[in-house]
Design a protein around this ligand. Sequence first.
Ligand code: UDP
Ligand code: MG
Length: 353
Amino acid sequence: MADSTARRPPSSREARGESSPPVLSIVVPCHDEEENVDVLVQRLEEALSPLELPWEVVFVDDGSRDGTLERLRRLTRSRPEVRYVALTRNFGHEAATTAGLEHAKGDAVVLMDADLQDPPEIIPDMVGLWRQGFHVVYARRTARDGENVLKRWTSRLFYRMMARITAFDLPADVGDFRLMSRSAVNAFLRMPERNRFVRGMVAWSGFRSAAVTFRRSSRHGGVTKYSWWRLTVLALDAMTSFSAAPLHLVSVAGLVVTGLSLLGAATVVFQKLFLGIPIPGYAFLVTGVFFLGGVQILMLGMIGEYVGRIFVDTQRRPIYFVAEQGAFGDHSEEVRGADTLPPDTASGNLGVS
Ligand code: UDP
Ligand code: MG
């Protein structure tokens, strides 16, 4: 696998020799998280200082409409560990995560949410497992405070279905909170797709993994950005990015329905010709029409899901744009283009590896 660490320019801080390059990067996508970012840095500092490792936190401001960006700017004035990347608009959690991974410099990168639902206190355990040679360390939740039965139940159903229709294991009860080694991060960044289901992509890459468990608490402040609608879209994305099983289902269902209708037609003809039973009137016809109509719409919808993915991927647009970046003693405003893919994938070998 190509190692992209070499192409990273040293930060101005490194260039001035102010501190050693970070070993551990914490990547935090933020959308409207003004109440949480300061507390998070505080908690990170408390949790990470016993490790005595150089660390950094890379906040990705994903088009927040509240004061998040201002808070991040203020944080970088006083804290050398804090950096931020502000995207030009809201690109979504998955794109923001990709931006963060791309800007992280550490040998190990921890992905976490800004709302303190992911406790920083378990990061030292993750680092321990990473040092034992695991490339991906998941944080598995044992309990979820503040999430209702329906959300828990649907999430379980989703993991069961994914396990059935994919060839790799998507670990259950695991969110995006995880540690990834430099190799796992580089592998992730080589995946060029636009619909990015981060958990699936990391699991698919197949690096040796382990898990630590934690209790997921309620948000520290603010509200969830994942409505039922967004969760449904995410689940559909996940299924169609990692499995063609829904397409197979379409063919099988098509076969079954065709078979049944043929059988139905044969029965009617048989009754009419050999038994002299009059064909029951319009009822049969109408149910048949509605049934077939419904099935066809469903099938078209499924095919549409894949066509949609192909459409989005053929546009080959960058996954995000950066409006502004900041670090301790170093602020720059810029609109950058396709720094979203490592050079080897950007040069046109998409999908061929
Ligand atoms: N987030 C983001 N962009 C979005 C939506 C969410 O960067 O468009 C961030 C959000 O700020 C948080 C994380 O993604 O740090 C997870 O979001 P949230 O807590 O709303 O999801 P939940 O924990 O409820 O699943
Ligand atoms: Mg949350």
